[in-house]
Design a protein around this ligand. Structure first.
Ligand code: ADP
Ligand code: MG
Ligand code: MG
Length: 209
């Protein structure tokens, strides 16, 4: 179970993690993109962080909807609308709720991924954030369905996301800017998969510490 108070803490920590990894994400994007992924993500999550204070006593759906709108409006590039859509789809699942259950969390993760797919038209293996998120979701869902807690499931999910990031090094980009490089994108890690991993890791660290 995740309360609205804990949700605010998670979002704050995601923003801190993104800030700490801004240069790293931009570096990854400089190799196969246009050197702005860290900048884009930090701009959005910094803005999110500033909006958390007045949202403290709101329901979880309202909190995530605000996050989504901020990301959609403030983050330039492909990643802003994609992450924004993910948070928006997740917010609908917990509309008016002050607590997120295990079951809700599976649905939120699932809807987020479906949102990213419907918006970006990418699939697993295209070397995008989906290569971190989809395997993480599968492990997460299986783990919760086996009776594990959100804390355990998210810890397993972030490890799967990390493996997904490693996998992106081995494949050719077929969506987004990196696809312009064709075979030359092979050998390089996808920035968006990396930010997705960092977000999941931050959620896991918040819940497990
Ligand atoms: P831009 O490429 O517009 O500069 P960013 O650098 O912020 O945007 O984000 C790039 C990341 O977005 C990529 O590393 C990839 O993971 C992700 N991405 C790009 N296009 C798609 C897509 N169609 N579906 C899912 N993810 C995508
Ligand atoms: Mg970029
Ligand atoms: Mg860009």
């Amino acid at each position: 179970m995740i309360s609205n108070t804990l949700l605010i803490k998670i979002l704050n920590n995601i923003a801190i993690t993104i800030k700490e990894n801004k240069e790293y994400l931009t570096h990854l994007d400089s190799v196969i993109g246009d050197s702005d992924h860290g900048f884009n993500m930090n701009k959005g999550f910094n803005e999110v962080r500033q909006k958390l204070e007045p949202l403290q006593n709101k329901d979880c759906g309202t909190i995530l909807k605000n996050v989504a709108m901020t990301l959609i409006s403030k983050v330039g590039g492909a990643s802003g609308p994609l992450y924004g859509t993910a948070f928006l789809k997740a917010s609908v699942v917990i509309k008016d709720k002050y607590e997120i259950s295990e079951k809700d969390s599976i649905k939120m993760f699932d809807e987020s991924i479906k949102g990213i797919i419907s918006r970006g038209k990418a699939k697993q293996g295209d070397k995008t954030m989906l290569d971190a998120l989809i395997p993480a979701y599968q492990i997460y869902k299986d783990s919760i369905n086996k009776g594990n807690s959100i804390e355990i499931a998210i810890s397993q999910a972030q490890k799967a996301a990390y493996e997904g990031v490693e996998y992106t090094k081995t494949i050719k980009a077929t969506k987004g800017r990196a696809s312009y490089l064709g075979d030359r994108s092979i050998g390089h890690q996808d920035p968006g998969a990396t930010s997705s991993y960092l977000i999941l890791k931050s959620i896991s660290d918040t819940l497990n510490n």
